[in-house]
Design a protein around this ligand. Structure first.
Ligand SMILES: *Cc1c(COP(=O)(O)O)cnc(C)c1O
Length: 396
């Protein structure tokens, strides 16, 4: 039977201490050893099941990581205080001075900024390309390339990565394929499709409450252990683990992720159809004419839809701004960055989340200055929501 992330998640649910139905929160930064010998053995990595210090591991983060690994069908996982920590820890673990990265040009603004403006300090070179163009990917690989970096469904154009084909190229060239699956948990299982490492900003859909930032890295046990190596691990040495309190609350929210993704997708698909019928071309991977529609259908996990992200082009930044203000005033949702919230969030990508991307790069991405991105909420009555949006559009 094909892997299903939702049922995989249910299978690893465990009781907490005293048979509490949720995992217990372990509220300690450090852990006591029974003997001096045990402490020494732990530092030598020879003591199974013991905890040392919370920046390394703690039981609450361990329980969440176990659930995430099950959901991605990877051997192990690691949780961080933000998505950027997950991404930067991964990149710095894989790459050293003199190495090269092939990265998608159309990625989260922070990831782009890190690779474009921060990595040069360490003499790590990045080629920004269109990772949906497989010939360009192949042509960009150099003898010193260590990784291919892409998002499954990218921001804000919602292009779809062909993970099986990228994985084949990565394997042929002995480089790692790192996939940011933030936009499409449940819908895609990148590791199942051949990605070596899957990263998340859990701030978004995975947690779904917009009450904290958090991140995750799902990969082989070997890679996760390398991240927390006391001498050479980028997670261990740069710091930035998730706090236990937040870890516990994210862990509980994780179990409603499958049903939330279904509802986010349902609402976005409804709006895409309505926008298209209005003659307003929507950018939505569920549209038959969307550039990534075939790849999406060929690689998706069935049953979770095409995701909750949708964009429309209002042509100018002024019109986009007026439209968003009207929508907020009419309670469609909030004029805010971020995504995966239970209420709808909207922003003008070129002027907000992609503003780190210079104007010429934005042009290459095909990003219009009037692009309004929606992260559709869990609205119960999407028809009513649509009617309000239509009213705001007509008032422009
Ligand atoms: C938000 C986001 C990030 C960064 O995550 P933080 O939790 O804000 O650090 C990375 N990738 C994508 C696709 C995102 O949307």
């Amino acid at each position: 039977m094909k892997f299903n992330p939702a049922t995989a998640l249910e299978k690893v649910h465990e009781l907490g201490s005293f048979n509490g139905v949720n995992q217990s929160i372990n509220d300690s930064a450090t852990f006591a050893f029974e003997s001096g010998e045990d402490m020494t053995a732990c530092f030598n990595g020879e003591l199974e099941g013991a905890f040392l210090y919370s920046r390394h591991w703690n039981p609450t983060n361990f329980a969440l990581a176990k659930a995430l690994a099950a959901m991605e069908n990877t051997e192990a996982a690691w949780v961080t205080g933000s998505g950027m920590a997950a991404i930067t820890n991964t990149i710095l673990q894989l790459c050293s001075a003199g190495d090269h990265i092939v990265a998608s040009r159309t990625i989260y603004g922070g990831s782009f900024a890190f690779m474009k403006s921060y990595l040069p300090k360490f003499n790590i070179e990045v080629s920004f390309i269109d990772t949906t163009n497989l010939d360009e990917v192949k042509a960009s690989i150099k003898p010193n390339t260590k990784m291919i970096y892409t998002e499954t469904v990218n921001n804000p154009m919602l292009q779809v990565a062909d993970i099986p084909k990228l994985s084949k190229i990565a394997k042929e060239n002995n480089v790692k394929l790192v996939v940011d699956n933030t936009f499409t948990p449940m819908i895609f299982s990148p590791a199942e499709l051949g990605a070596d490492i899957v990263v998340y900003s859990m701030t978004k859909y995975v947690n779904g409450k917009n009450d904290t930032t958090a991140g995750a890295i799902c990969a082989s046990e070997e890679f996760i252990n390398s991240l927390i190596d006391l001498n050479t691990g980028s997670s261990m040495l740069l710091g930035g683990p998730l706090d236990s309190m937040r870890s516990s609350s994210i862990h509980k929210n994780l179990y409603t992720l499958p049903i939330r993704m279904i509802q986010h997708s349902k609402n976005a698909a409804y709006l895409a159809d309505k926008f298209n019928a209005m003659g307003l071309k929507s950018i939505y991977p569920g549209n038959e004419n969307h550039i990534g529609n075939d790849t999406f259908k060929a690689t998706m996990n069935p049953g979770f839809g095409f995701g909750g992200m949708i964009a429309i082009d209002l042509e100018t930044a002024e019109r986009a701004s007026k439209f968003m203000t009207l929508m907020q005033e009419n309670n469609v949702g909030y004029l805010a960055v971020s995504l995966g919230f239970f209420r709808t969030l909207f922003s003008n990508s070129g002027k907000s989340t992609s503003s780190e991307v210079p104007a010429d790069e934005q042009k290459k991405m095909g990003l219009s200055e009037g692009l309004v991105r929606f992260s559709m909420g869990l609205d119960y009555d999407i028809e009513a929501t649509y009617k309000t949006i239509e009213k705001c559009f007509k008032a422009l």
